[in-house]
Design a protein around this ligand. Sequence first.
Ligand SMILES: [Zn+2]
Length: 309
Amino acid sequence: MPELPDVEVYAQRLNALYAGRPLQQLRIKSVFLLRSAEVSPGALAGKRLRNVTRLGKRLVWAFDGSLYAVLHLMIAGRLHRKPPGAVLGSKQALAAWDFEDSSIVLTEAGSKRRASLYLVDDERLLEQFDRGGLEPLACSSEQFAQRMRLENRTLKRALTDPRLMSGIGNAYSDEMLHRAQLSPVKLTSSLTDEELERLHSSMQQTLIVWRDRLREAAADGFPEKVTAFHPQMAVHGRYGQPCPVCATKVQRIRHANNEVNYCPTCQTSGRLLADRALSRLLKGDWPKTLEELEELKQPKAVSPRGVSG
Ligand SMILES: [Zn+2]
């Protein structure tokens, strides 16, 4: 799932390439994509794109006339820059934002249609897409500590809950916990002040390092290889491979469809976290999938007039 670093780089490149320019049209091919009914895609035709910003893991495209397109890529949604008028031929191509010299095409791999798009015509309606999570790069260590102690949760869950923290998912939470040398299943209530401070700074460093790395890779083009798996990651997606710090084999916790990676030497005092014992501990504190966690909180309606979308 594209997380803060990925979404920020998408927003940055979209701004560099298209801000201030008129959208010729928004073409939507998939009937599952558009989840709102109040504003028709035709309303955006000819409107100037003001800017694109990140809201949690969403991209908010702001157009003249107080029109907004709010896009959540979920796990498999990706954007691609194509020649103008790109044909939405493949099953995976769901929509296109057409500009004069190029089109941005939304694709979603796999057969599940989870990516969502809402069109709204009032800035105030953007509030309901804000889950309330703290901005990880803008919060102080005091704000972070207070937020982490709000509920007694496993660290993995607390970091990836969009109500608590904004824009963090499975990949970067694995990386920041490894950097902080903390167990993913440690409970937030048991954290010392020092550990919270360490986690805060690891969180920020991880996100900044990756945002800058991805920004550099996109250079003045468009990020075409957005993935949760990178060879330079320390533990995420690296089960069985050596930890870059201590060379211990990276371990995993599998819970339903969701996998967490960690280094036992760096993070759990050498202890292996057994899947079965964990299931008990995690019961009620682990979404079956992180995707489910996102979906549980999809807005139900986007209309101030009370019409569900
Ligand atoms: Zn290690």
